[in-house]
Design a protein around this ligand. Structure first.
Ligand code: PGA
Ligand code: MG
Length: 226
């Protein structure tokens, strides 16, 4: 029996939902390039990858506001300035994703799940317009449902995206798995009543993901299979 089946009392889950940034793909190099392009256009110094890595996870509007603030707390940022900056960021990020890479372990797990006809979803705080093109470009294959950060009124840590996919799939919460890398993923899964597996390699505002107490912490998605 695989660790994945062990997590479900010997059964396979009936639905597996994935976070995107920091879970399926290391997207920080392109996100940081777009953030820095925005900052430079506004006459500010670039932030660099290490800082952007700690700011990812609450969607692009928040990422941009954090970059303007130069810190995680974006409460002091002017609303209008945030919107101008978001426009610059979105344009720069739409320019390409050549630096984004798929983590090892992702393709083998997806193949294994698809072989068993388990429905798959992506639930990300990334703007929806970027998600499908990115999944296609990185050859991650078909996902049955995609929810972006602006698809529904509320994004993670709100469980709305997970509950939406559960209802579309006709699957109950205890038959589904959510796989993510940040506190927002663990909170959303918990609020939806869904088991949560979290990856150590992703982005969690600079804190170890184990502190958020997901059901399992993994260094590589292949650990679900062996
Ligand atoms: O765009 C973000 O802030 C991160 O998105 P994620 O939900 O895929 O980690
Ligand atoms: Mg993430």
């Amino acid at each position: 029996m695989t660790p994945l089946e062990r997590l479900f009392g010997g059964q396979l889950p009936k639905l597996v939902m994935f976070d995107l940034d920091g879970t399926l793909m290391d997207s920080v190099p392109d996100l940081a390039a777009a953030v820095d392009s925005m900052l430079i256009q506004l006459g500010r110094p670039p932030a660099g990858m290490a800082r952007v890595r700690d700011w990812v996870g609450n969607g692009s509007p928040t990422l941009v506001r954090r970059a303007l603030a130069g810190q995680l707390d974006d409460s002091g940022v002017d609303r209008a300035e945030g919107e101008v900056a978001l426009g610059l960021f979105m344009k720069a990020y739409a320019g390409g994703h050549a630096l984004t890479t798929v983590y090892p372990g992702v393709a083998p797990l997806l193949r294994w799940l698809r072989t068993r006809a388990i429905p798959l979803a992506v639930i990300t705080n990334k703007p929806e317009q970027f998600v499908e093109p990115l999944l296609r470009e990185k050859e991650l294959g078909h996902f049955d449902w995609i929810v972006g950060g602006d698809t529904l009124p509320n994004q993670k840590p709100d469980p709305a995206g997970l509950l939406h996919v559960l209802s579309q799939a006709g699957v109950s919460a205890d038959e589904a798995l959510f796989i993510g890398d940040s506190r927002n993923d663990v909170l959303a899964a918990r609020a939806a009543g869904v088991r949560c597996v979290a990856l150590t390699y992703g982005y969690n505002h600079g804190r170890p993901i184990a502190e958020e107490k997901p059901d399992r912490v993994l260094d590589d998605l292949r650990e679900l299979l062996v």
